[in-house]
Design a protein around this ligand. Structure first.
Ligand code: NDP
Length: 339
């Protein structure tokens, strides 16, 4: 079985009915003789916000390719190697990388496929804390944020896959850390599980400027930007001199036909703020360094992690769509098979 995109979606939210579970052609799963392809069984699929933009047909090239209707949705996942013509991957290896929303995938290109070195932590972690979102948190916080001990850090969408880690990295560095999230349950997680100093529910406090002023009477040094729109505007008014914004994502704008303007953008100039966009794909050369560090943190109990797990391919579309309604509590993933 596989989940395919039925058709391109112009603007606005994706719905479950834009995707469909269909039978797959098993003949396609044979490894061509002499090829360097890898045949895998998909175990865990990752649901990530960027996947929405791939469901729209773009006239201009984007940083990720558009999906092709009728073919399986592709995204990050954790898989077991069933057959391999590639010297780096052996039968029985566990790997993570871009795979298909289907039970089995034939990978003709192994670029960006990582062998999983640590099978003594849950394999699902490689969709999140030890995979692309975790590495995004690492690059965005340490490389783009250039943090220093004692600095004041604000993170939006803070309880999600990326945000929960950024906050914990910042605490380990000795920063003062505040997060925003869209429910009291998530705020509670931020304060009582992930060890944030403060957190607020932005849906209950529509005056974002006031909320930020309360949490940061002296202003924000580093903003880890995940949502954009009104939150970014409010943050810009509360940034300190020489502050940094790691512009990771702007999920509030992904489904909007005409994205909101940012009226206070000029503060980037007047406050000498460095706001730098980045894409995790450009940084994978330092992935192994990240992996070793975070596996160690997990084993030492210095970092905790929350996942939101959906069961079965048939529930993958709802899990993906739920990201945009904030239905996920922690990293959203889908289990296809455990072994
Ligand atoms: P999350 O696990 O945080 O899930 C998305 C969350 O975003 C939801 O749970 C919801 O949380 C929040 N959200 C959804 N809609 C809105 C809205 N309209 N306004 C405000 N918040 C909203 O996702 P990830 O951790 O995987 O991703 C976080 C961000 O990082 C995204 O912007 C993503 O695009 C970006 N990203 C960027 C990468 C890069 O290379 N630059 C790589 C990976 C991710 P809540 O209930 O708190 O509102």
């Amino acid at each position: 079985k596989k989940v395919v995109l039925k058709h391109y979606i112009p603007d606005g939210p994706a719905t479950e009915s834009d995707m469909e579970l269909v039978a797959t052609d098993t003949l396609r799963l044979r490894l061509p003789p002499g090829s360097t392809a890898v045949l895998v069984k998909n175990l865990y699929l990752s649901c990530d916000p960027y996947m929405r933009s791939r469901m729209t047909k773009h006239d201009e090239p984007s940083y990720v390719d558009d999906l092709v209707p009728g073919t399986p949705i592709t995204g990050y996942g954790v898989c077991k190697v069933l057959d391999s013509g590639h010297p780096d991957f052996k039968i029985g290896d566990y790997v993570w990388g871009i795979t298909g929303w289907e039970e089995y995938s034939l990978m003709t290109s192994t670029e960006g496929l990582f062998k999983i070195n640590h099978t003594d932590v849950p394999l699902s972690y490689y969709t999140g804390i030890l995979g692309m979102p975790g590495f995004t948190a690492y690059v965005g916080f340490y490389e783009i944020g250039s943090p220093k001990k004692g600095e004041r850090v604000f993170i939006s969408a803070a309880s999600g896959a990326v945000g929960q880690l950024v906050g914990q990295f910042a605490k380990l560095m000795g920063c003062y850390v505040v997060g925003s999230a869209g429910s009291d349950e998530k705020v509670n997680l931020l304060k009582n599980k992930f060890g944030f100093d403060e957190a607020f529910n932005y849906k209950k406090e529509p005056d974002l400027n006031k909320a930020l002023r309360r949490c940061f009477p002296e202003g924000i040094d580093i903003y880890f930007e995940n949502v954009g729109g009104a939150m970014l505007e409010a943050v810009l008014r509360n940034m300190r001199l020489n502050g940094r914004i790691a512009a990771c994502g702007m999920i509030s704008q992904y489904n909007v036909e005409r994205p909101e303007g940012v009226n206070h953008l000029f503060a980037i100039v007047t406050k000498r703020i460095r706001m730098q966009g980045f894409i995790v794909f450009d940084h994978f050369r330092s992935y192994r360094e990240f992996e070793e560090k975070v596996v160690q943190y997990i084993k030492e109990g210095k970092i905790v992690y929350v996942e939101d797990i959906a069961e079965g391919l048939e529930n993958a579309p709802a899990a993906l769509v739920g990201l945009f309604a904030g239905r996920n509590v922690g990293k959203q993933l889908v289990i296809i098979a455990r072994e």
